[in-house]
Ligand binder design. Structure first.
Ligand code: KG4
Ligand code: ZN
Length: 343
């Protein structure tokens, strides 16, 4: 089954074609992402109205480009998947409208996909994919969650952030230290120049049991350290390193606990912060120490993309799931309410 995937939940327009007959990494026939970073940079964050308008401009040309890259025409598609939530409603509606119109015209099924399920399943597109049961760490700009996956489609929340998401903490901390939007990847690059141990920050909520997170206090600690410092380039890098070490350490401690609680050695990591080099190295090491392994998608499939939506949509469409007449997009959506893959 060849499925077109469309992602428009935030500030990236993503399109891809996934072919279930080929499977694995080969199944990803083509993908393209258009990032709106330049558009939002002058506002220091995503402006929802501008995001929606830009998706309208970019989506159809990107679909054309992706199909050409795959050597396919629209008539070769067997289904269309799009992100139906969670995300910015106006932006989601652009993807949903195009996807459903295209599916209707082609007389193929359409399906709204959960954005975080897309992230969670992205590592399964890589070679030697993990098999459930496993624990998933979802770390993006809007979410930080630990999820027990007994089978694909059945998700049980083990823990989540009580305030800021990990990516949000990266972005806000970067902004406080004067780095341009979107700060997360820039802060991570700066941390590589920083010296470990010059600034020590707390590892929030690790000294008591439980699998929840809290990152907003850490941000305040960084602000105080930055304001009380000489604000030199080296200091900025050292603080960035101290911050990144604290986040990576905290995530690693909680992931280890979650694996032990769930009785599995397989950790799947996805979402934008999963592109972080130090986090990847640390979680590989931690999982190997438990006799298991950590599985990540390649970095460009960690951040928002159409491939993960095409893949998650293809699995569900191939299982016979499709939109009903009342399908709608939603800003919030609990993953635990998703139907299992096989009914
Ligand atoms: O999954 P994603 O692309 O979008 C959401 O669904 O939110 O994640 C974006 C988040 C941003 O907060 C960004 O700063 C963060 O992921 N991010 C990173 C890195 N690359 C992206 N954070 C730390 N290190 C990175 N290398
Ligand atoms: Zn995302």
């Amino acid at each position: 089954m060849r499925v077109l995937g469309i992602e428009t939940s935030c500030d990236e327009t993503g399109v891809a074609v996934y072919d279930t007959a080929l499977g694995g990494a080969a199944g990803l026939r083509a993908q393209a992402v258009y990032s709106q970073i330049a558009l939002h940079a002058e506002y220091g964050g995503v402006v929802p109205e501008l995001a929606s308008r830009d998706h309208v401009r970019k989506l159809v040309p990107l679909i054309r480009q992706t199909l050409a890259g795959a050597g396919l025409g629209v008539r070769d598609l067997d289904g269309v998947a799009y992100t139906a939530g969670p995300g910015l409603v106006g932006a989601l509606m652009v993807g949903a409208g195009v996807a459903r119109a295209l599916a209707w015209a082609l007389e193929v099924p359409a399906l709204g996909v959960h954005h975080m399920e897309g992230h969670l399943l992205a590592p399964l597109m890589e070679d030697d994919p993990p098999e459930p049961p496993f624990v998933a760490l979802l770390v993006s700009g809007g979410h930080t969650q630990l999820v027990a996956v007994e089978e694909i489609g059945r998700y049980r929340l083990l823990g989540e952030t009580l305030d800021d998401a990990a990516g949000e903490a990266f972005d806000k901390t970067a902004k406080m230290m004067g780095l341009p939007y979107p700060g997360g990847p820039q802060l991570a690059a700066l941390a590589e120049q920083g010296r470990p141990g010059v600034f020590e920050f707390p590892r929030p909520m690790t000294n008591r049991p439980g699998l929840d997170f809290s990152f907003s206090g850490l941000k305040t600690q960084v602000l105080l350290a930055w304001q009380g410092s000489d604000q030199s380039e080296q200091t900025r890098a050292d603080i960035a390193r101290g911050f990144e070490d604290a986040v990576v350490d905290t995530l690693a401690i909680k992931c280890r606990r979650a694996l032990e609680a769930a009785g599995t050695g397989t950790l799947v990591v996805a979402g934008g912060v999963g592109a972080n080099r130090q986090l990847r190295a640390r979680l590989h090491e931690m999982a190997a120490g438990l006799g298991g392994r950590a599985c990540f998608p390649r970095p460009e499939l960690c951040t928002d993309n159409g491939a993960m939506i095409a893949f998650a949509g293809a699995l569900r469409l191939a299982a016979g799931q499709r939109d009903g007449a009342g399908a709608q997009v939603v800003p919030r959506w609990d993953m635990a309410t998703l139907p299992p893959l096989a009914a």
